[in-house]
Write a protein that binds this ligand. Structure first.
Ligand code: ACO
Length: 352
């Protein structure tokens, strides 16, 4: 029995790009700080009122077109986002409604930046058990709502002004987090592979809740009555808190290990993998993982310079770019790996 394979992909990034210099208009930062530490040159942001399900539906439309299917053939949606339109319900049903496929069950998955290997495992299970035949996997994040500034017109260069000292100080307090995230969506249409040995081969997934607060949105949670308070706003808890160095260490130690474990389980050598598709959180993390696995740079592609960290969407966007430009070929072995808030981490192997 074969696993799921990808029959079409799509991506969407909203609005015009915002460069590191653009961000320096509202906070104390610079391209000279951001680029060498992360690889990021620019990112996109959803417009006011534009949500994760809007971005996801746009990416999904492109994936449906690329797969050459009728959208009515989709019989399950697996949706990943950490910036859902609502606290509840999840965004998967909204993506379905925007695509006009109401009634199709949506499975919302909250594995943040680690979503893609988790989603592939879930989609494979749905197809293997006969619960679905054609799945839309959609991964979208719209982080603009937690950015620590309000002067969007200054960011976009539409108002040539100096922001208030208070506004600048506020944005600067959160600069380590704010500069790395960008908005976007990626989508895949998944079906059982028709060729023996092709499709999803397996995943190695891990979660450790002891590190949940290494990156978490501390405001607006049901640990508090009411779940949202004025104090949370006063303490700027609508901006996630991130222990960047701790996450960096988790990533550079756990990701090479999980890739090695997965390859060993499937009796393939790490160097047999044609494409290592890494979550785009930081080029320095991915370079360290690549060196630990002794892989050449061309096997570990990066697009973080253009998008920043789009959380759940990074691998799906990267995959779409590499499939559309003809880099990824049918029959090649892909390893998709990621680490994110949870703490969740894992890798998936798929023969495309
Ligand atoms: N511009 C200028 N200076 C800055 C900025 C900025 N944007 N951000 C921080 N600084 C300053 C700090 O104030 C600090 O100054 P100080 O030494 O005078 O106090 C100095 O730079 C170092 O700050 P750190 O936060 O320690 O910077 P670090 O070297 O750790 O880099 C970074 C931060 C890039 C975020 C890094 O820690 C990282 O990439 N971590 C991993 C993040 C990650 O993987 N997240 C994935 C999970 S995300 C998810 O699941 C949603």
């Amino acid at each position: 029995m074969t696993g799921v394979t990808i029959i079409g992909t799509g991506r969407y990034a909203p609005g015009k790009p915002v460069t590191n210099d653009d961000l320096a208009r509202v906070m104390d930062t610079s391209d000279a700080w951001i680029h060498p530490r992360t690889g990021i040159r620019q990112r996109h942001y959803a417009a006011e009122g534009e949500t994760a399900s809007d971005l996801g539906a746009k990416a999904a439309e492109r994936a449906i077109e690329a797969a050459g299917i009728d959208r009515a053939e989709i019989d399950a949606i697996v949706c990943a986002t950490m910036t859902a339109d609502y606290k509840f319900p999840g965004s998967g049903g909204l993506v379905g409604a925007k695509l006009g496929i109401q009634g199709v069950p949506a499975f919302d998955l909250s594995a943040q930046c680690a979503s893609i290997p988790f989603c592939l495992q879930m989609a494979n299970g749905l197809i293997a058990t006969g619960a679905a035949r054609t799945i839309l996997l959609v991964a979208a994040d719209a982080h603009a709502g937690f950015m620590p500034w309000t002067d969007w017109d200054v960011v976009y260069g539409e108002r040539d002004d100096v922001v208030s000292e208070e506004a600048r100080a506020q944005a600067t307090r959160h600069r380590g987090l704010a500069v790395i995230f960008g908005d976007g969506a990626g989508a895949m249409i998944l079906r059982r592979a028709e060729v023996e040995g092709h499709g999803f081969l397996g995943a190695q997934l891990h979660t450790d809740g002891d590190f949940a607060e290494d990156i978490a949105l501390l405001g607006g949670g049901f640990r508090s009555r009411p779940f949202l308070t004025h104090e949370m706003i006063d303490q700027e808890l609508y901006v996630p808190r991130m222990a960047g160095r701790s996450l960096f260490k988790h990533a550079v130690t756990k990701l090479p290990r999980v890739v090695r474990e997965l390859c060993a389980r499937h009796e393939c050598a790490v160097e047999d993998v044609d494409w290592m598709l890494a979550h785009q959180a930081n080029d320095r993390i991915n370079n360290a993982v690549r060196e630990a696995l002794k892989l050449p740079p061309e096997k570990v592609p990066s697009n973080i310079a253009r998008y920043g960290n789009t959380s759940s969407a990074t691998i799906a966007i990267l995959l779409d770019e590499l499939i559309r430009d003809g880099s990824i070929q049918r029959g090649q072995l892909l390893c998709l790996f990621a680490l994110g808030a949870g703490l969740h981490w894992g890798a998936a192997l798929l023969r495309y």
